[in-house]
Write a protein that binds this ligand. Structure first.
Ligand code: PEP
Length: 251
């Protein structure tokens, strides 16, 4: 069956020393009080090699927030999936709305990134979600269906290795959260698309996380929905008490 996962996305926050301190504090808190779900922290690239050895890998997975759409070579400033994997990281967030909107990441670019991540044994946490105008026009289903094109060219075996995150863009960092019913409706729709494409078993085994202003006070209600398998957490992942409060929603 699918896993419940709480994954943090640190974004461009915390310098190296602060990031190491945050990872250590989280590690200690989760060793003292073991989580009932998988926990992942996705950090800036420069933190990865320092953070992976200091967390207990049986409790906390580590991931990047992006990787290049090319294997290697003259791509100044880029970081390849192979480089990410060489730090000991096991995950990579791909298709985050901030990458799509600020850095022009398209369905095709993301398809390449997902394939390279999988080729390097990284688990992509693949993000999809609509902007406010699309939600207001009730186009959210069409939008997520189109975004899934990046991962619907995978074999069923490879698709089975990815994690999805539904993140309505209007809820990211805004304090607005999708209601548990809104989250459930679209998660169920996403799962129905997976079932159509790959069959019910693959759909049932796919973890679909919710992201967008998730906090300790709303996590339990969101995660209680049958098709919501955890969360991708931005702001609240930067403070151990908040992140752990969300993780504890599974207790
Ligand atoms: C995110 O950026 O993936 C996110 C969900 O952010 P926040 O929790 O801050 O809304």
């Amino acid at each position: 069956m699918r896993k419940n996962i709480v994954a943090g996305n640190w974004k461009m926050n915390k310098n190296l020393q602060e990031g190491i301190a945050l990872a250590k504090e989280l590690n200690e808190a989760l060793i003292a009080d073991k989580p009932n779900c998988d926990v992942v922290i996705c950090t800036p690239f420069i933190h990865l090699a320092s953070v992976t050895p200091i967390v207990d890998s049986a409790i906390i997975g580590v991931g990047a927030e992006n990787c290049a759409d090319k294997v290697s070579g003259a791509y100044t400033g880029e970081v390849s999936a192979e480089m990410v994997a060489s730090t000991g990281a096991q995950y990579v967030i791909l298709g985050h709305s901030e990458r799509r909107s600020y850095y022009g990441e398209t369905v095709e670019i993301l398809e390449e990134k997902v394939k390279l991540a999988l080729a390097n044994n990284l688990t992509p946490i693949f993000c999809i979600g609509e902007v406010l105008e699309e939600r207001q026009a009730e186009k959210q289903n069409e939008v997520v269906a189109a975004q899934l094109a990046s991962v619907f060219t995978l074999s069923a075996e490879d698709f089975g290795k990815i994690v999805l995150a539904y993140e309505p863009v209007w809820a990211i960092g805004t304090g607005l959260t999708a209601t548990p019913e809104q989250a459930q409706d679209i998660h169920a729709y996403i799962r129905s698309l997976i079932a159509e494409k790959y069959g019910q078993e693959v759909a049932d085994n796919c973890s679909i996380l919710y992201g967008g202003s998730c906090k300790p006070s709303n996590a339990k209600e969101l995660f209680a929905k049958p098709d919501v398998d955890g969360g991708l957490i931005g702001g609240a992942a930067l403070k151990v008490s908040d992140f752990k409060g969300i993780i504890d929603a599974f207790k």
